[in-house]
Design a protein around this ligand. Structure first.
Ligand SMILES: *[C@@H]1O[C@H](CO)[C@@H](O)[C@H](O)[C@H]1NC(C)=O
Ligand SMILES: *[C@@H]1O[C@H](CO)[C@@H](O)[C@H](O)[C@H]1NC(C)=O
Ligand SMILES: *[C@@H]1O[C@H](CO)[C@@H](O)[C@H](O)[C@H]1NC(C)=O
Length: 379
């Protein structure tokens, strides 16, 4: 009898443990439904207001910001198992190029090695969506691989390594190299091709030694080519999270948790230094400046890559660390930057005093902040 009770209690303990694991895993993936609904309102308005289905571009958009916006729409559909924007990919000029095996990518990309990698990320996300719906994603995957190979050839020994910002070879900067870390590490996770993993390791060794991350933990824009030193230019928000997303992918490939601690140096520095009222603030959001179209999407990219960071870090305690901050971005944007039509302006941290820019980039930026908050933010 005692033995049976003992066995029963072990059995119950095991069941309880299993249930707890189930609850924890679910609560981590549980999407915040009200935040997702806000995201849907913004995405609907973004498509209505800015998307031109005859050109497949966003009016006032740019190649690389359009790529990010397409990625966001697919990120949203994957979040909610919905197909609301399924035609966006097939009508977009980026996807049309990816589906055409004869696309001249050199011409299409115009020499921008950073733009090229945003397109890789968008194509992978569209491919994930297509595969999740049982559709053929092979053209997206093979176009992404072609673009990746072009970028990998842009690495040389100037300043000890790194890929060039453009094919004109006039600048080496943080974003292009952070993206190369990410596309290499995430590409390895997708393909198990060792060449990608070698590139990721090579890139991180170079990047951390390059001096582009200052003593405050923030990456500056790039290198002064004459001295190969940090050029001290602006510490944009997006630079602080794309590196984290790359490092988490490299962690997922190698199991080296120090990479996650390195990632959080820049994430935490963003929260300390690039915020106002606890909300992300780009230097050009300040009263005497105006963010240009590129800069209007940076903050949303920060939130997107924190989402990807947490996806690959796969650690509840790290989610807990950033959850409240992601939630506050959502509520701050609703309070300060969203109009009654569900367009989103570029200034999030304070009530719009006529300085917010209204554009497809600003709306896409807010959209992604909502999607990230729905997945990992406090509801
Ligand atoms: C999520 O899916 C549910 C069920 O299909 C739907 O009712 C809801 O509108 C969707 N929400 C979003 C944000 O797409
Ligand atoms: C879409 O783009 C075409 C070509 O530039 C233009 O003629 C048309 O007016 C645009 N449509 C919308 C709704 O903006
Ligand atoms: C793990 O990553 C850290 C941080 O970049 C690095 O210093 C260390 O050498 C790595 N460890 C191994 C075994 O590669």
């Amino acid at each position: 009898m005692a033995v049976m009770l003992f066995r029963l209690s072990i059995f119950l303990a095991a069941i309880t443990a299993l249930l707890e694991i189930g609850v924890a895993a679910n609560s981590r993936r549980q999407q915040c439904t009200t935040t997702l609904s806000d995201a849907k309102l913004v995405a609907d308005q973004l498509q209505l207001h800015y998307y031109n289905s005859s050109t497949g571009q966003y009016n006032l958009g740019e190649l690389w910001t359009d790529a990010n916006t397409l990625e966001d729409l697919h990120n949203l559909m994957l979040a909610n198992d919905s197909d609301d924007y399924e035609n966006a990919a097939d009508t977009s000029y980026i996807a049309k190029a990816a589906l055409d095996p004869n696309t001249d990518w050199t011409k299409f990309l115009g020499g921008s090695n950073d733009d090229a990698q945003w397109i890789i990320l968008a194509l992978w996300k569209i491919a994930d969506y297509k595969s999740a719906r049982g559709q053929d994603s092979s053209a997206y995957i093979s176009s992404a691989a072609k673009i990746y190979d072009m970028i990998a050839r842009e690495w040389d020994d100037t300043c000890g390594g790194g890929v060039w910002w453009s094919t004109e070879h006039t600048y080496k900067n943080a974003i292009t190299n952070e993206l190369f870390l990410l596309t290499s590490a995430a590409g390895y996770l997708r393909t198990k091709n060792e060449a990608y993993l070698e590139n990721a390791n090579k890139e991180w060794s170079w990047l951390i030694a390059s001096g582009m991350r200052g003593p405050n933990g923030l990456f500056n824009d790039g290198l002064d080519l004459k001295t190969c030193q940090n050029n001290g230019q602006t510490t944009w928000t997006y630079n602080q999270a794309v590196v984290a997303s790359g490092l988490a992918a490299l962690y997922a490939a190698t199991g080296n948790t120090s990479l996650l601690d390195q990632a959080e140096v820049s994430l935490d520095a963003t929260i300390v230094s690039l915020t106002g009222n606890g909300i992300l603030r780009e230097s050009c959001d300040l009263a005497d400046e105006t963010c240009n179209h590129d800069q209007q999407i940076f903050k949303g990219i920060w939130t997107k890559h924190v989402q990807y960071y947490l996806d690959n870090a796969n650690d509840i305690s790290r989610v807990a660390k950033y959850s409240q901050f992601l939630g506050v971005q959502h509520s701050g944007i609703l309070l300060h930057a969203t109009n009654s039509a569900h367009d989103i302006g570029s200034v999030w941290y304070t009530a719009d005093q006529g300085r917010s820019q209204w554009s497809p980039e600003a709306s896409a930026s807010g959209l992604q902040a909502f999607i990230s908050a729905a997945k990992y933010g406090s509801c």
